[in-house]
Design a binder for this molecule. Sequence first.
Ligand SMILES: Cc1cc2nc3c(=O)[nH]c(=O)nc-3n(C[C@H](O)[C@H](O)[C@H](O)COP(=O)(O)OP(=O)(O)OC[C@H]3O[C@@H](n4cnc5c(N)ncnc54)[C@H](O)[C@@H]3O)c2cc1C
Ligand SMILES: NC(=O)c1ccc[n+]([C@@H]2O[C@H](COP(=O)([O-])OP(=O)(O)OC[C@H]3O[C@@H](n4cnc5c(N)ncnc54)[C@H](O)[C@@H]3O)[C@@H](O)[C@H]2O)c1
Length: 452
Amino acid sequence: MEHMDAVVIGMGPGGETVASRLLAAGRRVAVAERELIGGECAYWACIPTKTLLRPPEARAGADGTAGLSRPALDWPALRAYRDQMIRHLDDSAQVKGYQEQGALVLKGQGRVTGRDPWRVEVGGTEVSTDHVVVATGSAALRPPVRGLDDLDPATVWTNREATTLTEIPRRALVIGGSAVGVELGQFLARMGTNVTVVQRGPRLLDREEPRLCALVTDQFARDGITVHTDTEVTAVEREGAEVVASLSDGTTVRTDVVVLAAGRRPRADGLGLEEAGVELDRTGLVVDEHCRAAPGLWGIGDATGQALFTHVAKYQGRLAADNILGGDRTADYTAVPRVVFADPEIAAVGLTESQARERGIDTATAEADLTKTLARPWTYGTDPRGTLGLVADRERGVLVGAWAFAPLASEWIHTAALAIRARLPLSVLSDSIIQFPTFGEAYLIALENLDL
Ligand SMILES: Cc1cc2nc3c(=O)[nH]c(=O)nc-3n(C[C@H](O)[C@H](O)[C@H](O)COP(=O)(O)OP(=O)(O)OC[C@H]3O[C@@H](n4cnc5c(N)ncnc54)[C@H](O)[C@@H]3O)c2cc1C
Ligand SMILES: NC(=O)c1ccc[n+]([C@@H]2O[C@H](COP(=O)([O-])OP(=O)(O)OC[C@H]3O[C@@H](n4cnc5c(N)ncnc54)[C@H](O)[C@@H]3O)[C@@H](O)[C@H]2O)c1
């Protein structure tokens, strides 16, 4: 049996980060992937959604730009570019790339078969290893809706069917109104689909600042999207060519497809971990602040249920690799950016006001309407919108949270992320010189509005 320094199970962005770092350090690494190297992110999540959202965003941008006429949407051309961006669901170049870096690439379902030393089996090949990294990701949750399992699979879309769609449906019912529901809902609506979002929570993006959620709700109304909050789909049934959905608020929605956007389930079961004495819970593989689940066993990315983002999976991947290489790094999740790539972009980091108060923080908040005070929104478009909110700790004089609803917020939210992470004094932040004219100048305005 061949002995490795490390075996990485699951080659999404998390697994790829660990494997690349260990290979670069000259370690003997085996990688196991049962589908495609690149994971959910590259083929059915981040990359296709951002590719699909861009043309409708650019088109809306043209509508609000002086001296520019509205470009036409070209679905076959967008579909072809989406297919190129998801590599036509072919990872042969990635397999070759890892082999050339010296990895043993095992295509198949990985499973832990023993401990002391760790042993992993993939498609009949078994190797022993000093370290195992579990990076197996997550899968779309199926909400408990009566009749859902009886529908033709072609009419029930998870993120996989939605991101690889070949035709734009006439009507879509989206179950769930957070990141997946908002991105897919806006994309479909702007491509001409009649979209209804059914959200169990009290607001769209219900874990975010209520003011931010209100701005998103207003945007959805502008996009012609119908939203039912505090509502669930109780049953679905096929009636001729259409699907009829019954909602808990007593209404009925007729649709062509049902899109599942009701959350994700970490994929840490079925890997032989429990049999090897490793703890799993409802949120996935339980890891400590070093990303360690047991001596020589590491967990990263969605499989740990920590914060389901690619940038977190990659951060944990860097951290786990450095620890495998002898380091002693601990994870800090205080300033993880959370961006929903709708138009305008929705960005947040750190705590909301109520989370800060629950932690006993002496909380000050402020909001800035970018269109009232800044030049950049007006040089950018004729009907600009943009808001920045801040949440500060009065006693410590630092930022603890921020949110923004504005163009390119995904880029400039990082000022707040860094300030929160570095516990940068508010006095330094408000004394900084920010490029004119940018959206980032909003920080100076909002800081002035903080009642400290
Ligand atoms: C629609 C959508 C859009 C998103 N957009 C963004 C975004 O814009 N930005 C962002 O940061 N996050 C986004 N996310 C979240 C992001 O996709 C995940 O957080 C990220 O993919 C997690 O990476 P990972 O490496 O943990 O797992 P994954 O990307 O899920 O990869 C896990 C890999 O493990 C493999 N695997 C599983 N079990 C086994 C096994 N037993 N043996 C071998 N291989 C196995 C799988 O086949 C898969 O390739 C989005 C999610 C969705 C659903
Ligand atoms: N841009 C990004 O970074 C990005 C984009 C998409 C997804 N993601 C990540 O992927 C993960 C999954 O996203 P998601 O939006 O599917 O899940 P989520 O868990 O973030 O939100 C699910 C939403 O669905 C609602 N819901 C749950 N069950 C329901 C039901 N039966 N009926 C109606 N509503 C129901 C909840 O109230 C909640 O608002 C998230 O952690 C997210 O961060 C990130």
